[in-house]
Write a protein that binds this ligand. Structure first.
Ligand SMILES: Nc1ncnc2c1ncn2[C@@H]1O[C@H](COP(=O)(O)OP(=O)(O)OP(=O)(O)O)[C@@H](O)[C@H]1O
Ligand SMILES: [Mg+2]
Length: 387
């Protein structure tokens, strides 16, 4: 995936930027390589709500000029000192699927993928940029075979008789291929935004890959990564760094704010502050607040649990642990609730753990880290470009 959507626009500076434009907030991280280590130089996040006349924490639907304005603001406020950047684009703006294809030589595979991809990508292939990678056998189901699509004799099919075992020539080994597509229009829209904000962006990357790079360890077997954004949550089951089960849930942290506001009869702004733990819950109301939050999270975690159960059933495998990232991961007591629902070991993603930062920042970076998983992941890839 290293060269996905790669376009070089010129030389690189020592410092690099990772940009993550979410629906509720823009996150940026500036890194520099020093003695082989990724050193954190600056980082910042800016809520987009106020640029679309909605409250902080919510996802406004912004026209490009507003996103550009916000991007320029966050770059200035974070005192970035370079414009050499990479960009994460939302999972929802991409199409990722796992295709099961016949196991043939790579040259042959390159020929059949554009045809096979049509079954998985619901738009004309001329309108997208398509990339793909073979899921190694050690990761995919071992030695899978599939019956070639041959018409069965009428009599057998009508009588409902199980067809006899196909002769070897009719049994085709299959492999799994991760297909990744992004609409050309999406690419141009994002490229235009970053260029107008004065950035020199050498690649666009779907946020899933950025998050995986900054949070998961390559060696690990099966892990789940949950990215709780404002409007949506992304769930990926990852094996040895490769996505097996991508899934988008239409619930996010904004649901919690809206539930607190309507159930407690407070403004959305007050509800957001309460959710973030920035004010003390009034005496005697702790139970109510806790219950509203748990109820609001219930549909989200029930869907995540379904993703996990169907993975376990399909591949007959379990996962070793779950990492949660995204601004929504910062909710107090989230890990305990998540563990009770998905029954695996759940931790907060710590993307800054792959960077070097002053010791006094250690605690704050652990707390804010989950929100910056995408931006850190992009910046780490940008550093890799320097060799
Ligand atoms: N300290 C906190 N405690 C609880 N929730 C928080 C905290 N900080 C931010 N959030 C919530 O995180 C959400 C924003 O998360 P994030 O920045 O990951 O979203 P996004 O990437 O912009 O959204 P999406 O993924 O939907 O496009 C908001 O709903 C916000 O209320
Ligand atoms: Mg996000």
């Amino acid at each position: 995936m290293a060269n996905f959507f790669k376009k070089l626009f010129g030389g690189t500076n020592a410092s690099v930027l990772g940009i993550d434009i979410g629906s509720a907030a823009i996150k940026i991280v500036q890194l520099r390589k020093k003695s082989g280590q990724a050193v954190l130089e600056t980082y910042g996040s800016l809520a987009l709500g106020p640029y679309g006349n909605v409250e902080i924490g919510r996802s406004p639907n912004l026209p490009p000029e507003k996103i550009i304005e916000a991007l320029i603001d966050v770059l200035r406020e974070s005192h970035v000192s370079t414009n050499q950047a990479g960009l994460a684009v939302p999972y929802g703006a991409s199409l990722i699927s796992v295709a099961e294809l016949p196991e043939v030589a790579e040259a042959e595979l390159m020929k059949i993928i554009p045809f096979e991809a049509r079954k998985y990508i619901p738009v004309p292939l001329s309108e997208v940029m398509l990339d793909w990678m073979i899921i190694p056998k050690a990761v995919g189901a071992a030695d899978k075979t599939r019956q070639l699509q041959q018409p069965q004799p009428q009599s057998q099919a009508q009588a409902g008789v199980e067809p006899a075992q196909a002769p070897p020539s009719q049994v085709q080994k299959t492999i799994e291929v991760l297909l990744v597509a992004m609409h050309n229009e999406t690419i141009s829209r994002y490229q235009s935004i970053v260029t107008q904000a004065g950035l020199n962006v050498s690649f666009l990357e779907i946020e899933a890959f950025s998050n995986i790079r900054s949070v998961l360890d390559q060696g690990a077997t099966s892990e789940m990564l949950i990215d709780i954004g404002s409007a949506t949550t992304k769930v990926y089951i990852v094996e040895k760094g490769i996505i097996r089960t991508p899934h988008l849930v239409n619930h996010g942290s904004q649901d919690v704010t809206m539930a607190l506001s309507s159930k407690l009869g407070i403004s959305v702004e007050e509800a957001e502050v309460l959710k973030r733990g920035l004010v003390k819950v009034p005496e005697g109301q702790q139970k109510d607040v806790g219950e509203v939050i748990l109820q609001a999270l219930e549909p989200l975690f029930s869907e995540i649990n379904q993703v996990l159960l169907s993975y376990q059933k399909r591949y007959n495998k379990d996962i070793a642990k779950t990492s949660i990232v995204g601004g929504g991961a910062r909710l107090a007591n989230l890990l305990t609730f998540a563990e009770s629902r998905i029954r695996t070991n759940v931790v907060l993603g710590n993307p800054f753990g792959k960077t070097l930062a002053p010791a006094f920042l250690e605690q704050v970076l652990k707390e804010t880290g989950p929100e910056f998983a995408g931006a850190v992941g992009v910046a780490l890839r940008k550093l890799q470009e320097q060799g």
